[in-house]
Write a protein that binds this ligand. Sequence first.
Ligand code: SAM
Length: 264
Amino acid sequence: MILEALQHFLTPAAKEIKALGFVRESIAIEARYKRCRRAWAGHLDKCQQHILAAAADLKEKATIMIIGSGALHDAPVDELLLLGHRIVLVDIVHLAKVRRKYAQHDQITFFDHDVTGLIKPLFEWQEGARCPIAAKTRNKLSQINRAKIDLVISLNILSQLPINLIKYAARRHIPLPNDFESILLGDHLDTLRVLAPKHLIISDLERQYWTDGDAANREPALPKDICQRLQNPCDTWDWNIAPKGELDKNISLLHKVACWPYPE
Ligand SMILES: C[S@@+](CC[C@H](N)C(=O)[O-])C[C@H]1O[C@@H](n2cnc3c(N)ncnc32)[C@H](O)[C@@H]1O
């Protein structure tokens, strides 16, 4: 706990990124990964296999953008580098461990970026001002030349995009539209289409809370209209994200994860 607090203090990030909890969360994910490595192995392997399959028919020295790169547990970075590809890593937080490993690598570019464009407008919102979604900053990702990226991967980030924003808005009583989640996720899907001719989306679809002997309590991870837009996934699997004892001594949390390649 003390170590995590120190790491939070020492991790360089803009104050709005810390205020909305992104650094704390990245540190917590890393700690959970260390505790739950075995339970996560099947999910991480599935993600890596789908990414390698999507990259299999790319031309030599292609450019791959990974959005939601984070700590890179689910990304087969070394294999992609061996194939000669260039990789652009996009996330709001890249912890020191990941930076140290790849900082000197000339095939890798780190792009610390808020893909929603809403973190700063929410943080700077003042009582009586218009809804911050109207002040959304232009997504720098869509300004990247489409011809330069061959494959873009949205990696376990889609369902995560609204979570911290909604929590922060609730804390400060910032008004958000009822369809905020759909607007944000729809915008992300539009951006993927603009960025590259080929994309791959990996996201959780459903969260299941299991107690011994009971049927699971289930909640959708994505709004209905976004599921309809994505249509049928090419594969689904379970991610035992928090085995019993992790969040609660009696309950385990399982994510139903899915994968959508484009074009199929
Ligand atoms: C579940 S993690 C993805 C797992 C990650 N690939 C790993 O192995 O650690 C979701 C990621 O989305 C990132 N993220 C959430 N909101 C973001 C935003 N607005 N802009 C950019 N990245 C964001 C988080 O920082 C986190 O790294």
